[in-house]
Design a protein around this ligand. Structure first.
Ligand SMILES: [Zn+2]
Length: 299
């Protein structure tokens, strides 16, 4: 059986932010410095040999990145909900378009959306006082963004880390609002220990499920009886540990995944976004991941 794994990133990438330059740009109303940070992230990902890259989510942390541009949201220490959540303008589109024109022709682009449940759980609700209603308004707003993104990216990945803490009974409906009828591929990333919610995850209306199999290797066994149901993006290097996994270690891990999921292993990636790692470390992890992927594909 020939495996055709694609290497991917999950979300954020560590870059060096020059705060003084940002402040100067702010007061001179220049917007240019953000492109420099996207370039740093994209440079590292492509130089490491990753096939599905992102813009690195360099502009803002993954909650504020979305809530800063949505109506009804106010940024304080955390996002506060002070009115109806409404979509006014594109959120990540400009960064995706910029990223796209930096990429070699064979490199694919992942557009990342922070999921509605995670946005809800990370916000202080001063308006709705109804978690479900807030979730569905976030989902409707993200749907607008997804519709715009689908023409510019190859894959839309929805990040819902909070699903591993507590899965709402309307989770499938929520994700479906965003993914229904999209023309590009879709992926749901849920890090943390998902072993208790696997029967629900395999029902999600997305093409690919992405989980942290490196930090939580017991997930292999938990997934075994569901392994034929879904395409999988296997977390193969840790995002919470500065130890750089060797190529051999990663190859062994991927082989373990293939023994369980077979051809359903379509992507390998870090367990989660790499923002908290030193940049050099993040780069070396991606590089070893890419080499391991080539070994598996060629072997
Ligand atoms: Zn994650």
């Amino acid at each position: 059986m020939k495996q055709m794994l694609k290497t991917s990133v999950i979300g954020s990438y560590p870059i060096y932010i020059d705060t003084l330059e940002l402040v100067n740009d702010y007061f001179s109303e220049r917007l240019s410095s953000w492109t420099k940070y996207i370039e740093q992230a994209v440079h590292d990902m492509t130089a490491a040999g990753i096939k599905y890259v992102s813009d690195g989510q360099t502009r803002d942390p993954f909650i504020q990145l979305f809530t800063r541009k949505l109506g009804g949201c106010r940024i304080r220490d955390r996002t506060e909900i002070i009115g109806h959540v409404e979509y006014h303008d594109p959120i990540t589109l400009q960064d995706q378009k910029y990223t796209r024109q930096l990429l070699p022709r064979t490199t694919r682009l992942v557009g990342i959306l922070t999921g509605p449940y995670t946005l809800t759980k990370s916000s202080v609700d001063l308006f709705y006082h109804d978690e479900k209603e807030l979730c569905f308004d976030f989902a409707a707003a993200l749907r607008n963004e997804a519709i715009l993104l689908q023409k510019h990216v190859d894959l839309i990945s929805i990040d819902e880390p909070f699903f591993s803490n507590e899965l709402p009974e309307y989770a499938k409906e929520l994700i479906g609002i965003i993914t229904n009828g999209l023309s590009c591929s879709t992926r749901l990333h849920v890090c943390g220990d998902v072993s208790q919610i696997i029967p629900h995850l395999v029902e999600m209306p997305v093409e690919i499920l992405s989980h942290e199999f490196k930090a939580s290797p017991h997930l292999f066994e938990s997934f075994r009886e569901y392994s034929c149901l879904r395409k999988i993006c296997v977390g193969a290097v840790r995002s919470d540990d500065v130890h750089v996994e060797s190529v051999e270690e990663i190859v062994t891990h991927i082989k373990k995944a293939i023994a369980i999921f077979g051809e359903n292993v379509v992507q390998i990636a870090p367990d989660c976004g790499q923002r908290l790692l030193p940049r050099e470390t993040a780069f070396h992890k991606l590089k070893n991941l890419a080499i391991a992927g080539e070994i598996i594909n060629g072997g």
